[in-house]
Design a protein around this ligand. Sequence first.
Ligand SMILES: Cc1cc2nc3c(=O)[nH]c(=O)nc-3n(C[C@H](O)[C@H](O)[C@H](O)COP(=O)(O)OP(=O)(O)OC[C@H]3O[C@@H](n4cnc5c(N)ncnc54)[C@H](O)[C@@H]3O)c2cc1C
Length: 373
Amino acid sequence: MDSPERIAVVGAGAVGLTTAFDLAARGARVTLFERDDPGAGMTGRAAGICYDAYAEDVDVAVADRAMQRFREFDGKGEFVFHETPYVFLAREGDDASATALSEAVERMQVHNRAAELITPDELADRFPIRTDDVALAGVSETAGWADPSAYVDLLVEQCETEGVEFRVGEEVSIRTDPPRVVTVDSVVRFDAVVVAAGVHSRALLADAGHPLALKPYRVQALVAECDYDGPTVYDATDESYLRPHPTGVFAGDGVEPVAADPSDWDSSADEWFVEESTAAVRHRTETDPRVERAWAGLCGATPDRNPLVGAIAEGVSVAAGWHGHGFMWAPALGEMLAADVLGDDGPIPESFDPRRFDGDEEFAVVDGMTLDE
Ligand SMILES: Cc1cc2nc3c(=O)[nH]c(=O)nc-3n(C[C@H](O)[C@H](O)[C@H](O)COP(=O)(O)OP(=O)(O)OC[C@H]3O[C@@H](n4cnc5c(N)ncnc54)[C@H](O)[C@@H]3O)c2cc1C
């Protein structure tokens, strides 16, 4: 199909909003369907950590472009991109993580990432975190974080400026051949439909006859009040992370590496997670964190840990399966999807092609924030 004009985007999370904005900015007439409020899905639950310290070339290119756009958005409306170093560390006794970390930094450097290995002593000199249990660490100075809600607000504004029609509060399903969006009282034909419904994309597309190799899994997070103004830290030994937050710390982990049902899952945090995560924050930041709120969310896994981005049927595209990286990649994903839908040649990496899977694959969930990504 050449240059479709009337395009529907389903889902107003970070990815759908950016895609709608980029499509409209390029002249398409865009309708954005959201069953709840913009950002009410997983985007509103995310930590907003952003980095380009990846070891694989495709990931580097996507993250690099996303970071560039985050910095361009900085200062527009209430949106702020907080430049914050990203420290990733392996603890004493965890030789496997230390080896993975050192190999990952080497590959990051091959791709010109500003990442370097750092000894625990250097780490202690540079950052206000506890380091006496650290065997080896890496640091990337070109990282940051942003409040996902502020990104949503900015993109809603940008979409409105570009004339995107918002149909909020409408839960839709889709049909292919030709591409249509089914609402409670109508079936609307579009030139193209982009499904950016997060972990719900699987059900939406299965209903239209296109099963996706996408498995939702549960993760958890909390915000704790304390006095912390240090870097974002990822502890590869227990796979937990923390970043500075206006009132203290945003911390997360609590990954359940099993499939969750996106229509029936527990959105409150488990007691064990709150206890363990608070202890981890107390340990690393040497502060006295008081938990303000804690919650759970869902991320989407794929069999090879690459996302599912691009055409799944004639005139119908999908964008899902982020392994916890959907926010930090959103500015690049929206741009590449818009370019693809509007007929540009090859903006989406081949390794993201959603049709590489049949949709019935058996696979184990592997969390995204690892050192071998
Ligand atoms: C605790 C936690 C921490 C995270 N931290 C980070 C992080 O630090 N960095 C990072 O990059 N990522 C992080 N993530 C992952 C990130 O949240 C997601 O990858 C990202 O938000 C996905 O955006 P999305 O637009 O694809 O999906 P969503 O934000 O989930 O948006 C999908 C939208 O589709 C709507 N929708 C679904 N079905 C329908 C339908 N039938 N009709 C109409 N609308 C529909 C939903 O209501 C929703 O608003 C985290 C996730 C969690 C849970």
